[in-house]
Design a protein around this ligand. Structure first.
Ligand SMILES: NC(=O)C1=CN([C@@H]2O[C@H](COP(=O)(O)OP(=O)(O)OC[C@H]3O[C@@H](n4cnc5c(N)ncnc54)[C@H](O)[C@@H]3O)[C@@H](O)[C@H]2O)[C@@H](O)CC1
Ligand SMILES: [K+]
Length: 500
């Protein structure tokens, strides 16, 4: 698992550790890690560095690095790292954005190692035009309210230079706790973050600015995480595994109540991924029964609603369900079955109309537009853009209002459970190619199957999102159809269990 902690926890942990260490020791650990990444990038990349040390060190010596330095300790880290680079023969210029308020010991260290300080804008911009690498030490976890206008010319010049940009702790302009970006932010090639990940590095829009994130351990123990991201080993540990005694009923039966005369395809897609989701059998209830059985002869189908379908361990209700009394009855019957229920797509709009009533066994899987409808159903006004800009907060809010688990789909999929003290899960495997028709139907069939196999809603949702993203990547970099994603699920599954 990869964990991220709030600024409040990071600060408390840092304070407690600093009391036990000599002054400045933590900052030196941070600066050493930062300088190591800069040296690797200057030498031609971390991956290519091994065995080519001779050439690499020639590229380091005499290369030009510009530090963008703000008023706080984030700038201090940049200055101390700059001193280490200067000691290796790098020509380091620090552009001081905050004048007299610059970290004094850091400035002295850089000057002592042969570096240069400047407060002159023209000189700073000229240096940026010649740089081989730029270090963003404008603000870190102390940053408030986005990048200031005075920093913009430097940030734009760094972008124009087209060289690697290394962000110190996090890209300046990204909110550490939420990933929100108010206005402009630094676009980093690599972010070197200290002690623990920050939530804003793992969730969009912030994650899009962070580039490759490297964690430098500095010895802090920040306690419970605010955000966590599954890794292969976690997913392998959560995936259901049949035993010698398992029969299809013990492995779980998932019911799919999806599709309509207008949208039969949603039913076929949700069923196809449910078949790959670890449940022992799939039942289908709805008007697309003929299409479903033609595509998947192994599915037990009924033309009626969930009540007519027989016993299942979890229901998926909503994809392609359309609107009207029959759709409403379908949702009612699934909710009355007394088993975990995943509600998606049209089902979410129907649910929102009923208003919020806490139900712990629900897993809701909205995209931003459906999230807006759910919020409105609970009397909260928000726009799509607001939801997309602050995904963690809104996923938590809907989970709290509806007393259930919420998987908010999008560029970073976020899963929040009903317990506000528990961490939110963010999915690290997403790809923009998944924004394709029917992709959500595949996700809900898969997550429903995992629910039926006995996974808790937070696990079912986050494991499904993980495999779904991996499956899309398995198909290849480029356009994918939802049917191809469903077909690639077994390969993604094997990729995870085989690697663990
Ligand atoms: N506390 C520690 O022991 C350690 C802190 N470290 C570094 O220290 C950073 C935190 O340092 P600080 O608490 O000094 O905070 P920052 O350096 O992140 O920024 C705070 C300073 O920036 C100004 N500021 C706030 N918002 C701004 C904005 N939008 N634009 C421009 N200036 C703005 C504030 O007035 C304040 O002076 C971490 O991100 C990390 O880089 C590391 O050295 C590891 C150890
Ligand atoms: K920074």
């Amino acid at each position: 698992m990869r964990y991220a902690h709030t600024v409040e926890r990071v600060r408390a942990a840092e304070e407690s550790l600093m009391r036990r260490l000599p002054e400045g020791a933590l900052m030196q650990r941070a600066a050493a890690g930062l300088a190591a990444t800069c040296l690797q990038l200057l030498a031609g990349g971390a991956e290519r560095g091994a065995g080519r040390r001779g050439r690499g060190s020639r590229r380091v010596y005499g290369s030009r690095v510009v530090l963008l330095v703000g008023s706080g300790d984030n700038g201090g880290d940049a200055l101390f790292a700059g001193a280490r680079l200067a000691a290796r023969g790098v020509r380091v210029t620090a552009v001081l954005l905050a004048g007299e308020r610059t970290h004094a010991a850091g400035s002295a260290a850089l000057l002592g190692a042969g570096g240069v300080l400047t407060q002159d804008q023209a000189a700073g911009l000229a240096q940026l035009g010649r740089a081989d690498l730029v270090v963003d030490g404008i603000v870190g976890i102390g940053g408030r309210g986005g990048l200031r206008d005075s920093a913009l010319p430097y940030v734009r010049a760094a972008e124009r230079a087209g060289v690697p940009v290394v962000a110190v702790d996090l890209p300046s302009g990204v909110d550490a706790d939420t990933g929100e970006v108010a206005g402009a932010a630094v676009r980093a090639t690599v972010t070197v973050t200290f002690g623990t990940h920050k939530p804003g590095l793992l969730v969009d829009p912030g994650a899009q600015y962070a580039g490759v994130v490297r964690l430098v351990e500095i010895g802090i123990e920040p306690g419970p995480a605010a955000v966590e991201a599954l890794q292969h080993a976690d997913v392998a540990g959560l995936l259901p595994r049949p035993t010698a005694e398992s029969d299809k009923y013990r492995r779980g039966v998932v019911g799919i109540a999806a599709g309509s005369d207008r949208y039969p395809g949603a039913a076929v897609l949700a069923v196809s991924s449910a078949l790959h989701g670890g449940a022992g059998a799939v039942r289908y209830a709805g008007p697309a029964a003929a299409e479903v059985v033609r595509a998947h002869p192994e599915v037990l189908v009924t033309q009626g609603g969930p009540k007519a379908a027989g016993r299942v361990q979890a229901w998926v209700v909503g994809p392609g369900l359309s609107d009207g009394p029959e759709a409403e009855r379908t949702l009612e019957e699934a909710l009355a079955a007394g088993v975990p229920v995943l509600v998606d797509a049209d089902g979410l709009r129907l649910l929102a109309r009923r208003g919020a009533a806490p139900r712990a066994e629900l897993l809701l899987t909205p995209h931003a537009g459906e999230a807006v409808a759910l919020l409105a159903g609970a009397g909260v006004e928000a726009t799509r853009e607001q939801v997309e800009g602050a995904r963690i907060g809104y996923a938590r809010r809907i989970a709290e209002l509806y007393g259930c688990t919420v998987l908010l789909k999008g560029s970073t999929t976020v899963v929040a459970g009903p317990d506000p003290a528990a961490p939110v899960r963010v999915n690290p495997t997403g790809t923009p190619w998944l924004a394709t028709a029917g992709s959500g139907d595949v996700l809900s069939g898969l997550a429903g199957s995992l629910l039926a196999a006995g996974l808790a809603p937070v696990d079912a949702g986050s494991v499904a999102a993980y495999l779904h993203g991996l499956a899309a990547r398995t198909v290849g970099e480029g356009p994918v159809t939802a049917a191809e994603v469903a077909a690639a699920l077994p390969a993604a599954w094997r990729g995870v269990t085989g690697a663990a």
